[in-house]
Design a protein around this ligand. Sequence first.
Ligand code: ADP
Ligand code: MG
Length: 224
Amino acid sequence: MFQIKDLVKTYTPKDAEPVMALRGITVDFGETGMVFILGKSGCGKSTLLHVMGGLDFPTSGEIVIDGKSSKDFTKEDYDNYRNTYVGFVFQEYNLLPEFTVYENLAIALQLQGKKADKALLKEYLKRVDLDLDEKRRPTQLSGGQKQRVAIARALIKDPKIIFADEPTGALDAKTGNDILTLLKSLSTDRLVIVVSHDEEFARTYGDRVLEMSDGLIVADSAAS
Ligand code: ADP
Ligand code: MG
């Protein structure tokens, strides 16, 4: 069970005015399903995703995971949350270009304390409909293939929540639809939260659409 309460995030750059990127956001999420967070560039989507995923801290407010508030989190709790509970998918894939695809996945497996068995890695690739030989590098893949590898990497944690920040932002429409279809299929047994500025994708794939404007949620398709 995942909730966020009164999240506020203010950036205070050294040489510029403070920016209030989140102005008080409260949402209860279910355990499964695909939730879109929709809004124009600069409205605070990535900030919200980073704070929800424990990559950044709120200025005030809290995230609540299985009843436990981030206000009571130790540094270790935050590390555990990031490393075992949530998975991330980014617009730019964030694969390590100096390693092969298999090595990218092997590193993720080893971080989970598991042995990077070749058959197991192949199995993870199969879950995202990829069949690649061992020598392949991320630089030798299409954008859609790279994003599938990034999703496979996220799945290695068997995360309860997948956070995706503009996962189709660098892809053509057909490939974008394929990636969202894949993420949607994963949302039957986990929560998938997708940040996007694409209204059509949000309405097509979202079980729930939250609309953001200027640091606030201004519409929630689940509220009626
Ligand atoms: P979105 O993802 O919806 O485009 P962001 O969350 O990236 O929006 O940004 C929200 C606001 O916070 C914007 O005004 C942006 O300029 C500002 N912002 C984001 N990151 C920082 C930062 N590290 N320092 C200062 N301001 C930031
Ligand atoms: Mg963004």
